[in-house]
Design a protein around this ligand. Structure first.
Ligand SMILES: [Zn+2]
Length: 227
C-alpha cells in the first residue's frame, strides 16, 4: 500500500506567518463541512495514530482585500486554502490550522505556501483536481475503507494503483477528466491509497454533499446486500 499519510513528498517553500483575517469566512465554510466529516471519522486518526483526511477550498487571485497581504496572498493563477499537516485528530480547526497554497507546479512537484501550519501532505493531489476544471472550487479527501471498496467494485472513477500525492496520481486525474469520468460522479477513488476517496464540488458544502451522496448509495446497496 502506498506511502503513509503525513509524509510530505513534494518540495515546498513555506512562509510561516499568520494567515490574514480575510480568510476567516473561508475557514468557516471549511469548518462547517469538516465538523460533519470529523464526527463521522472520515477525517481523524487511524489505529496506528496516523492522521488521515483533509479538505480545501479554491481562493481566487482577485479577492480585493488580498492586496494588502502581499506576503500571504495567492498568485495570479489563484490558489487554495487547505487543512494543515498533523491536524486530522483535532475536532475543530482555526485559521492557524489552515495553509494557503499560493502557487504550485505539478511538473516540478513543487508548491509555495504560507500560514501558521504546514501544508497537508496531499496538497498536490488537491492541486491536480483544481487544475482540471475551474468549476471545482472545493475538495474533500476522506478515508472510508468500506465505501472505497464499494467504489472500486462499482466502476467509479479510479486513479489506478498510484501513490497518493504522486505525479502519476495527478496524471490519472487528468486522464479521468479527459475521458469524461466526472460527468456522472464528482468523486474519485484512489486505488493505491487504502480507504482514500475524494469528493469535490462548487463549495465546501457542495463537496460535503457529494461525500454524503456516496455514503447514501453505499448504505442502500449494503442494506439490500444483507437482505
Ligand atoms: Zn489519504
Amino acid at each position: 500500500m502506498g506511502a503513509k499519510e503525513g509524509i510530505i513528498k513534494f518540495r515546498y517553500d513555506h512562509t510561516r506567518t499568520e494567515l490574514p483575517p480575510v480568510f476567516e469566512s473561508k475557514v468557516a465554510e471549511l469548518e462547517a463541512a469538516r465538523s460533519v466529516l470529523h464526527q463521522k471519522k472520515y477525517i481523524g486518526l487511524d489505529s496506528n495514530g496516523m492522521g488521515y483526511g483533509n479538505l480545501s477550498v479554491r481562493i481566487d487571485a482577485h479577492m480585493d482585500s488580498l492586496h494588502t497581504f502581499a506576503d500571504c496572498a495567492p498568485s495570479l493563477q489563484g490558489g487554495f486554502l487547505i487543512s494543515g499537516s498533523q491536524t486530522a485528530h483535532l475536532t475543530k480547526l482555526t485559521r492557524d490550522h489552515y495553509v494557503l497554497v499560493q502557487a504550485f507546479s505539478l511538473g516540478d512537484f513543487y508548491l509555495q505556501a504560507c500560514g501558521a501550519a504546514t501544508p497537508s501532505s496531499e496538497s498536490l493531489s488537491h492541486a491536480a483536481v483544481y487544475l482540471i476544471d475551474p468549476d471545482v472550487r472545493a475538495i474533500i479527501h476522506i478515508h472510508k475503507p468500506d465505501l472505497w471498496q464499494y467504489m472500486l467494485d462499482h466502476a467509479y472513477p479510479a486513479t489506478g494503483a498510484v501513490d497518493y500525492g504522486s505525479m502519476e496520481m495527478a496524471q490519472a486525474v487528468q486522464r479521468l477528466f479527459d475521458e469524461g469520468a466526472f460527468r456522472e460522479h464528482r468523486a474519485l477513488v484512489m486505488d493505491g491509497h487504502f480507504g482514500g476517496v475524494i469528493g469535490f464540488g462548487s463549495d465546501p458544502q457542495n463537496a460535503l454533499q457529494c461525500i454524503l451522496d456516496l455514503e447514501r448509495v453505499y448504505d442502500l446497496a449494503h442494506r439490500s446486500d444483507s437482505e
